[in-house]
Design a protein around this ligand. Structure first.
Ligand code: RET
Length: 275
């Protein structure tokens, strides 16, 4: 709703008590989840064979970076609206979505490295592929930003469409490569890898949908559009960072068990519990 303010000032955007509170709670829960994820990844890596531990370190960094950014986003949200009577009115301090994009620019390449590392996509393809994926991720996020901060529907659609081109490249490449890596995995790892692929598409697919929600809901960047975008991105971030890391952990745990069971005794596999 747009409240009519006195004089010739521009009308101020207002959020209902529930709308403001929903985003407030989402940010709060996301900070908590990222923090808990950090502890989990740091502690749980000890259960894995040394070769899989770097993946958990990457996950720990991703959620630590996100925890910080959500803290900043949360503070920015609180500065952008003020309770006036029974509604939250925009204070004029703009809500800063740049934290989110700064976060993605840092964490998306890390997540790509993590996926490629644990699935041990054959190293010769992996080295060139990871750079192409990282570059595509950079272009996807950098071109999404101008659309994100524009209040104009056409501009949002234009940049969103451009950003979708590298997005499709990334998703397609990962789908094909994860599919190929399936054949090389032990049976139980195959099931988990299929789930990982599913989670990857569900969570990554969530971002462009959240981006489009203001247009799909009709009103553009009005109160419900703003709330939908923030709730959508928060959910997607929880799935793509914490959910993804936890699944990678279970894959690495399964691979650790498999490596131990199939290790060549002649190579002097250490007895369980001594490594
Ligand atoms: C944007 C703009 C609109 C078009 C598309 C987008 C995709 C964003 C994605 C972000 C993924 C972020 C992750 C973060 C985890 O840390 C930029 C919203 C396609 C896919 C995985």
């Amino acid at each position: 709703a747009l409240a009519q303010s006195a004089g010739n000032e521009a009308p101020r955007l207002t959020l209902s008590y529930g709308q403001f509170g929903l985003v407030y709670q989402m940010f709060s829960i996301t900070i908590a989840t990222m923090g808990a994820g950090f502890l989990f990844f740091v502690l749980a890596q000890q259960n894995l064979a040394p070769r899989y531990r770097p993946a958990m370190v990457v996950s720990a960094i991703v959620v630590a970076v996100a925890c910080y950014h959500y803290f900043r986003i949360f503070n920015s949200w609180n500065e952008s609206y003020r309770l006036v009577g029974e509604v939250y009115q925009a204070t004029g301090v703009p809500f800063n979505d740049a934290y989110r994009y700064a976060d993605w620019i840092l964490t998306v390449p890390l997540l790509l490295v993590e996926a490629v590392a644990v699935l041990a996509l054959a190293s010769n393809i992996a080295s060139g592929m990871i750079w192409r994926l990282a570059l595509a991720a950079f272009v996807m996020i950098a071109t999404g930003y101008p659309g994100e901060i524009s209040s104009d529907t056409g501009t949002r659609l234009l940049w969103g469409t451009i950003s979708t081109i590298p997005f499709i490249y990334i998703v397609y490449t990962l789908f094909v490569e994860l599919g190929r890596s399936l054949e090389r995995q032990p049976a139980r790892v195959q099931v988990l890898t299929r789930n990982l692929r599913l989670l990857l598409f569900a969570s990554w697919g969530f971002y462009p949908i959240a981006y489009l929600l203001p247009l799909l809901l009709g009103g553009g960047l009005n109160a419900s559009g703003i709330v939908a975008v923030q709730v959508g991105y928060s959910l997607a971030d929880i799935l793509a960072k914490v959910g993804f890391g936890v699944l990678i952990y279970f894959i690495a745990l399964e691979k650790t068990a498999h490596d131990r069971a199939t290790a060549d005794p002649a190579l002097g596999t250490p007895a369980l519990g001594t490594d």
